[in-house]
Write a protein that binds this ligand. Structure first.
Ligand SMILES: Cc1cc2nc3c(=O)[nH]c(=O)nc-3n(C[C@H](O)[C@H](O)[C@H](O)COP(=O)(O)OP(=O)(O)OC[C@H]3O[C@@H](n4cnc5c(N)ncnc54)[C@H](O)[C@@H]3O)c2cc1C
Ligand code: SF4
Length: 330
């Protein structure tokens, strides 16, 4: 498969980058590592006429702060850098370990945290080459008018398949977006739409500059990923768990003051299981509480038949993977 023709721009400042996209309009798109965008272009799923690299902008390559004051990670920091950064490993180990499960070492050398958080949604009927999609008369997400997963549906159910998205939602990260109109900081929790086509609360002209992580005062988080091949597959279920303890440490009978369970890889947006979180708050993390939270995650998980594995089994696994994620936090 070959890339279509496009103009390639390499701005050196954020102001220049957002001006280019503002001037060119919807026919332009940013690229970072290109590990998602370029395959999509080869499959003719996305066809920008102008591609604007963000990799020569200095600011989004930086990591600053620490667990005490909060950490700011530039959007162009590669996944390999995330895995190897000493402060991230020490203060936010859940981010380093989730990043380590993404694709392969070579793709992690190119792929960035920003590109991962803005990943296109995925579906068996969409992640195919042009001829394959043409043979089924395309689908709602691109060039067609039927959803083959839910033919009566007016909505696309393609799946949010990033490993870092559920983690960012669970720990309460914020994203800084910049355009010619100014900048805004948006909660990860409100950033993803439950719609496989219009999946982000981001305008196409907005540049993701950095990711703001809260200080690590008393909370811990974990991530568990289900996939067929451990070497490089996308998640077909991801469970991020977050708990905050009364006195900041996970010791016996310590009470949980806040909790979040977030499921990824099963719907167009990450799914927050608030009932599971409520079962944990005010209690210690006993086996009984973990099982009650896992049951709530199982009830809430409604995967569809559009990725790998039988979807009823993926639903069953929501229970098991929530148990695993919470046990890590004991
Ligand atoms: C074989 C294979 C396996 C993979 N496995 C996994 C996996 O297991 N888990 C997983 O989560 N992902 C996986 N991926 C997807 C991808 O490699 C990663 O998500 C990677 O982090 C994407 O980053 P990137 O920099 O390459 O994104 P790009 O392809 O450069 O960009 C992705 C999207 O983000 C936009 N974008 C990028 N940077 C910015 C910015 N700063 N501002 C605004 N828009 C921006 C682009 O326009 C594009 O829409 C896999 C990919 C492949 C090819
Ligand atoms: S969920 Fe439906 S509309 Fe969306 S990509 Fe899959 S088949 Fe197409």
């Amino acid at each position: 498969m070959r890339l279509p023709k496009f103009e390639y721009r390499t701005p050196r400042t954020i102001a220049e980058a957002v001006k280019i996209i503002g001037d060119v309009g919807p026919e332009a798109q940013f690229v970072a590592g290109g590990t998602d965008l370029y395959p999509n272009m080869k499959r003719r799923q996305q066809m920008p006429k102008t591609v604007i690299s963000v990799m020569r902008l200095p600011e989004p390559h930086q990591v600053s702060g620490d667990g005490k004051q909060g950490l700011v990670i530039g959007a162009s920091v590669t996944l390999t850098e995330i895995c190897e950064n000493e402060i991230i490993r020490r203060d936010y180990p859940v981010i380093a370990s989730a990043a380590r499960t993404i694709s392969t070492p070579i793709l992690r050398n190119m792929g960035t945290i920003g590109g991962n958080l803005l990943l296109d949604t995925r579906c068996n009927y969409y992640d195919q080459n042009y001829e394959w999609r043409k043979a089924i008369n395309f689908c709602l997400k691109k060039d067609g008018d039927v959803c083959w997963v839910a033919p009566g549906s007016s909505k696309c159910w393609a799946v949010q398949s990033s490993d870092l998205v559920p983690v960012m939602v669970a720990i309460g990260a914020k994203f800084r977006l910049v355009s010619t109109l100014g900048e805004r900081l948006i909660d990860a929790a409100g950033f993803y739409n439950d719609d496989g086509i219009d999946y982000l609360q981001k305008r196409p002209d907005e540049l993701l500059v950095d990711i703001h992580l809260p200080p690590t005062n008393g909370w811990r988080a974990s991530y568990q990923k289900l996939r067929r091949r451990g070497a490089f597959d996308f998640p077909v279920l991801g469970v991020a768990a977050y708990v905050k303890y009364e006195d900041g440490a996970a010791v016996d009978n310590q009470l949980i003051t806040d909790a979040r369970i977030v499921l990824g890889g099963i719907a167009p947006a990450p799914v927050q299981v608030s009932v599971a979180a409520q079962t944990l708050i005010g209690k210690s993390l006993s086996d009984d509480q973990i099982e009650a939270a896992a049951e709530a995650a199982y009830v809430k998980a409604r995967p569809l038949d559009n990725t790998d594995f039988v979807y009823q089994w993926r639903k069953q696994m929501a229970r098991q993977y929530t148990i695993r994620a919470l046990r890590e936090l004991k």
